[in-house]
Design a protein around this ligand. Structure first.
Ligand code: ADP
Ligand code: ASP
Ligand code: MG
Length: 424
C-alpha cells in the first residue's frame, strides 16, 4: 500500500462526464490498495470567468484590497470542483471527503494572487485516510495568518499537489493533464514536438521558470526541495487501463542523471508571452544608477527579469529591463512619474508586445557554440533579437511577440528536436 497524490487540471475536470472519469480512475487506485489524496483544479475556463467578473467591476485596479477580493472570488472555482469530485467518488462506492485549502489548512503568506505556501497541517487528512476515505483537497488556495483566503498564482494547483505530497511524504505525486507528458516544447505550437520519458529536475525547473505552462515553477521547486517523486501524465487515457501501465506512462521528473538519460545538448524550448519591456533612455552613467532604477521597482514588488545596460555615450546610457506583463502598467507609471525624473532620464519607453524564447539543456554546460547556433537559426528567419540572457543550462532571447511561434519552430528544428529527426 502506498500513499499517492493525484492532481487533475482544469480540462481533466472540465465537465461532469470528465469528473466521473476522474472518479473512476481514482477508484481503480483505491481498489489496488492505495491511500489517495486528490487535488483538482477548477473546471476549465472557470478561473478566467471568475477573474473576468472581478475585473469588470474593478478595471485596472490593483490595490491590496481588490487583490484580496480577487482571491476570495477565484478560490470558489476549486471549491466547486472538490465537492463535485467527492460526490462522484461516493457514486463509485468510494468513501470520500472534500476540503478547501483553509479547512486543511494550507497556510500561506499574504501575497494575494501569488501567495506562497508556508506550511500544511496534515492531521485531519491523515485521520480521514486512516478511516479509509479518499481526501479531495482544493488546489490553488490557502489561508494567511489573518484568516484571509489566498491563491497561489495561475497554475497553482500543481504546487498545492506537490506541497501536499511533500508534507505527507507521499510515495508519488502524479500530475494528470490534457497532454501525455512533458514534451520538447508545447505540442500545441510544434506538432513535431516529442514526449520525453524522463526529464532531469534541473531542466524541468528551467523549462517551468522560462514559461512552460505544463508545471507551475513552484511545484517543481517543492519537488526538488523535498525530493517528491513527480510524474506528468494524461487524464485522457481510458480510466480502466492497466494500473501498472498507467503508473509508468508520461514523463518522470528525475533527480539523478543516469546513463539512460537522453543526451541531447538542448532538450527543450520554452517560451513566455507574459513579458513586457521598459527602457530608460539617456540616464547618467554613474555608479549606483542600476540601484537607483531597480531599487524602487523591487520596492513596488515588481519582479525584473532580463536586464540590459548599454555602453555609455557622452556620459549617458540606455537601461532596459523586462517585467511580467501584468506589472507593465505599474512599472511604466513608476518609471514615468518617479524613477525617470529622479535619475534625470531623457525618456521612458515601453513595449508590451515582446516575448521570451529560451533553449534549455544540461548538455549546454559542456558544449560551446550552442548560443551562436541559436542566433543563426533566428537570423535565418529574419528575427531580430532585442535582448539576450544566458546561464549555465539555458539561453533566452527577447524578441517581437509576433515572431514567437516562428522562433520556437525554427529552434526546435535547428536543435534536432523534431520527431522525424530523432527517428531518422
Ligand atoms: P492543467 O489544466 O492540466 O494544469 P495546463 O494548461 O496548465 O493544464 O498545462 C498543460 C498544457 O501545457 C498543455 O496543454 C500544453 O499546451 C502546455 N505545454 C507547454 N509547454 C509544454 C511542454 N513542454 N510539454 C507539454 N505541454 C506543454
Ligand atoms: N484554477 C487555477 C488556474 O486556472 C489553478 C490551476 O488550474 O492550477 O490558474
Ligand atoms: Mg496547469
Amino acid at each position: 500500500m502506498a500513499l499517492i497524490v493525484h492532481k487533475y487540471g482544469g480540462t481533466s475536470m472540465g465537465s461532469t462526464d470528465r469528473i466521473r472519469n476522474v472518479a473512476k480512475r481514482v477508484a481503480k487506485w483505491v481498489r489496488a490498495g492505495h491511500q489517495m489524496v486528490v487535488v483538482p483544479s477548477a473546471m476549465s475556463g472557470e478561473t478566467n470567468r471568475l477573474l473576468g467578473l472581478a475585473k469588470e467591476l474593478a478595471p485596472g485596479q490593483v490595490t491590496p484590497e481588490v487583490m484580496r477580493e480577487m482571491d476570495m472570488i477565484a478560490a470558489t472555482g476549486e471549491q466547486v470542483s472538490v465537492g463535485l469530485l467527492a460526490i462522484a467518488l461516493q457514486a463509485e462506492g468510494v468513501a470520500s471527503v472534500s476540503y478547501t485549502g483553509w479547512q486543511v489548512p494550507v497556510r500561506t503568506d499574504s501575497s494575494y494572487t501569488k501567495a506562497r505556501i508556508e506550511s500544511i497541517d496534515d492531521a485531519r487528512v491523515r485521520e480521514d485516510l486512516a478511516a479509509g476515505k479518499v481526501v479531495v483537497i482544493a488546489g490553488f488556495q490557502g489561508i494567511d495568518e489573518e484568516q484571509n483566503i489566498t491563491t497561489l498564482g495561475r497554475g497553482g494547483s500543481d504546487t498545492s499537489a506537490v506541497a501536499i505530497a511533500a508534507a505527507m511524504k507521499a510515495d508519488e505525486c502524479l500530475i494528470y493533464t490534457d497532454v501525455d507528458g512533458v514534451y520538447t516544447t508545447d505540442p500545441r505550437i510544434v506538432p513535431e514536438a516529442r514526449r520525453m520519458n524522463r526529464i532531469s529536475f534541473e531542466e524541468m525547473l528551467e523549462m517551468a521558470s522560462l514559461g512552460s505552462k505544463i508545471l507551475q515553477i513552484r511545484s517543481v521547486e517543492f519537488a526538488g526541495k523535498y525530493r517528491v517523486p513527480l510524474r506528468v501524465l494524461s487524464s485522457f487515457t481510458p480510466w480502466d487501463i492497466d494500473i501498472h501501465e498507467e503508473a509508468a506512462s508520461g514523463t518522470l521528473i528525475t533527480f539523478e542523471e543516469d546513463e539512460n538519460m537522453e543526451q541531447a545538448i538542448v532538450s527543450g524550448i520554452a517560451f513566455s508571452r507574459d513579458e513586457a519591456k521598459v527602457t530608460l533612455l539617456g540616464v547618467p552613467d554613474k555608479p549606483g544608477i542600476a540601484f537607483q532604477i531597480l531599487g524602487p521597482v523591487a520596492e513596488a514588488n515588481i519582479d525584473v527579469d532580463v536586464i540590459i545596460q548599454n555602453v555609455s555615450n557622452d556620459g549617458k546610457t540606455d537601461f532596459s529591463f523586462t517585467v511580467h506583463r501584468n506589472d507593465y502598467a505599474r512599472a511604466m507609471e513608476l518609471l514615468q512619474q518617479k524613477v525617470g525624473p529622479a535619475t534625470n532620464a531623457g525618456q521612458v519607453l515601453g513595449d508590451p508586445k515582446i516575448c521570451k524564447v529560451s533553449i534549455v539543456g544540461i548538455g549546454m554546460r559542456s558544449h560551446v557554440g550552442v548560443a551562436s547556433k541559436m542566433f543563426r537559426a533566428l537570423s535565418e528567419e529574419g528575427i531580430n533579437i532585442q535582448m539576450i540572457s544566458t546561464s549555465e543550462i539555458k539561453t533566452s532571447v527577447v524578441i517581437d511577440e509576433k515572431y514567437m511561434e516562428l522562433a520556437v519552430r525554427a529552434l526546435h528544428k535547428a536543435f534536432d528536436l523534431d520527431q522525424a529527426a530523432i527517428s531518422a
